[in-house]
Ligand binder design. Structure first.
Ligand SMILES: Cc1cc2nc3c(=O)[nH]c(=O)nc-3n(C[C@H](O)[C@H](O)[C@H](O)COP(=O)(O)O)c2cc1C
Length: 352
């Protein structure tokens, strides 16, 4: 609008002025801050946020978040498949009253976009998962906390005790006692559902870091411990373990990482209350289809028997619309949240 354009023009002048009068270090910092504000006010698309985040993050951190497995065919497909779908708009439908609100597992959210679990958010911003929890509570949506989070369950519960919908993403450990304890902690901390990720029986760490793995290992960001922790996850898990988790918790259980109608039926038969159609953002098995591509077969197979969500490549409002039209109750986003965190530069973390 007009006022914003005037503000941006004034800020542009300030930047030019500061750039002109000084080459001293503190002024350069102020110039960077103004440049950030200028860029920030103009950013609209997720791609713009990603480009800006790339300038803020060390290369190896950016690549860890961005990368997909192997040749990244599935990573690319997640977005391309949305572009191949076209809308059939109908006109004259009285759209004066629009309500984006819905429910997930009986919990009300203000719009059908939730936050997918992503590991190690404190590498993107010092506040990491706590900042994400604050944003989710402010906007009124659901946040899934990763098992590989850089913030504890209890801290997240304390960050936004009111009005929050937190779900906990679980990797099942070889040591079932530890798994049970984590489930108990999630319940005690007010988490409202457990999300079992089933598409990562082996962590794809080196693949996701690609050329940057040695740099990441050298940093103090905790990645070493995460790599170690993933060796404790149980690669023997099978469908009966979904029932095992169901018996260990009173929370709804959601299975994340289903890509076929057959597995969707199995998930449902083993007691899943929800399914997230997902290929882990193209980070696990390269060559599997885009999530949006397989959503219809899963919706058809499961029907109304449990709630179906999807993630992978959702970047625009029309992507959300397409997923909902194909039967998803809500969608989740992974990387876009990380780009948002990285753009919040004021408390940017010093890594090394
Ligand atoms: C950096 C990164 C870390 C992730 N960590 C986890 C994780 O710890 N647990 C999990 O279930 N999924 C994890 N995922 C997968 C996401 O939950 C989600 O499926 C994926 O990011 C969705 O695709 P999008 O990034 O295109 O939105 C991760 C994804 C990224 C990009």
């Amino acid at each position: 609008n007009y006022a914003t354009r005037i503000k941006v023009k004034v800020e542009e002048k300030v930047v030019l002025f500061l750039g002109f009068i000084s080459t001293r270090r503190e002024f350069i910092d102020i110039r960077q801050l103004y440049t950030f504000n200028l860029t920030f006010t103009k950013m609209i698309s997720i791609d713009e946020f990603e480009s800006f985040a790339q300038t803020r993050l060390p290369k190896y951190v950016y690549e860890y978040y961005r990368n997909g497995a192997d040749e990244e065919n599935t990573l690319k497909e997640n977005r391309e498949a949305f572009k191949r779908l076209y809308l059939r708009p109908r006109m004259l439908r009285n759209v004066s009253q629009c309500d984006l609100g819905t429910t997930v597992q009986g919990q009300a959210i203000n719009f059908p976009i939730g936050i997918a679990p992503t590991a190690m958010q404190c590498m993107a911003h010092a506040d990491g998962e706590k900042a994400t929890a604050r944003a989710a509570a402010k906007l009124g949506t659901v946040m899934i906390l990763s098992t590989l989070a850089t913030t504890s369950l209890e801290e997240i519960a304390r960050t936004e005790p009111e009005n929050s919908t937190h779900w906990f993403q679980l990797y099942i450990y070889k040591d079932r006692k530890i798994t049970e304890e984590i489930l108990l902690r999630a319940e005690k901390s007010g988490f409202k559902a457990v999300v079992i990720t089933v598409d990562a029986p082996f962590a794809n760490f080196d693949n996701n870091y690609k050329g940057s793995s040695s740099e990441l290992a050298k940093s103090k960001s905790g990645s070493g411990i995460n790599k170690y922790v993933t060796t404790m996850f149980d690669p023997t898990i099978s469908w009966s373990d979904v029932t095992w988790v169901k018996n260990k918790t009173s929370l709804p259980v959601i299975v994340k990482g289903v890509l076929t109608a057959e597995d969707a039926v199995l998930a449902q038969n083993h007691g899943a209350n929800g399914i997230i159609v997902s290929n882990h953002g193209g980070r696990q098995l390269d060559g599997v289809p885009a999530s949006i591509e397989v959503l219809p077969e899963i919706v058809k197979a499961v029907g109304n028997k449990c709630e179906i969500y999807m993630d992978g490549g959702v970047r625009t409002g029309t992507d959300v619309l397409k997923a909902l039209a194909l039967g998803a109750r809500a969608v989740f986003v992974g990387r876009p949240v990380i780009w948002g965190l990285a753009c919040k530069v004021i408390k940017y973390r010093n890594y090394n």
